[in-house]
Ligand binder design. Sequence first.
Ligand SMILES: [Fe+2]
Length: 301
Amino acid sequence: MTTPAPIAKFTRLRHATFASRDPERLLDYYRTVIGLGLVGRNGNRIYLASDSEQLSLVIEPGEAALTRVAFEISPNVEMEAVGAALKQSDLRPELRSDPLPGVSRLLSFTDPEGTQFELIQGWTPTPAQERIGALAVTKLGHVALRTPDPLATSEFYAKVMGLRVSDWVEDRFVFMRSGFEHHTLNFVRAPVRSLHHLAFELRGAAHMQQACDHLARHKLNILWGPVRHGPGHNTAVYHRNPDGHLVELFYDLDRMIDEELGYFDPRPWHRDRPQRPKVWVGLPRDVWGLPPSPECTEFAR
Ligand SMILES: [Fe+2]
């Protein structure tokens, strides 16, 4: 029996939208700490781009929360057909024209737990209207969401949006990939759907050291790391932004360049050779680094 094709396939993670009670304070954090730049404003919405001139973050007024996540899908599918299939699955699709800087058309849908996802095809550069300083992260790397049922949620995203499971931590944390990188969307067991953490990619070890110094200069406590994780093997450091959201900065994430091979490109720090997707059980999972601080324990993955 063949598995039915997904409705569409998430490819690259594009941007995330956050509501904030103090959008200007959050804007200041993303400008002066993370290193995104202001593209423009539309009414009370704020658009921020990375140094690669790609829209990375949208901020709008409201109770502090992640409100939407945008993924790119293949240019070879008809948005209308995807919309019709999403409608058939009761996922409340909505097609919009010129909704965001650098995005000509956007199809949104709402997943069974109420998170809105946006599907985008292609992009045009949206350079910041200012010189980008601070950390100038390379991109938004992944988003981790809480869910009461990670298994059902991972099956939904595999079936509907073509995500592949990279690793599980026991039965409570699932890492899913949309491209060759180990994870772009994760789900962790918790009573209700909300953001668990978001992560920005750094260029390497020197950039990580610069990031730690930079966080200290901004009096943002490092809550975990630097640590080299087990699942994904990324080197990571965590802090909370002014809205209390956990933000990870990372580099060196595992890559499955060739899906056909079914294992991650061999790296010296892997314990399994080859390193295939698996269920991680027991401690220590991390290759090196101390456990998370008490302020971060609910986060321990
Ligand atoms: Fe992460």
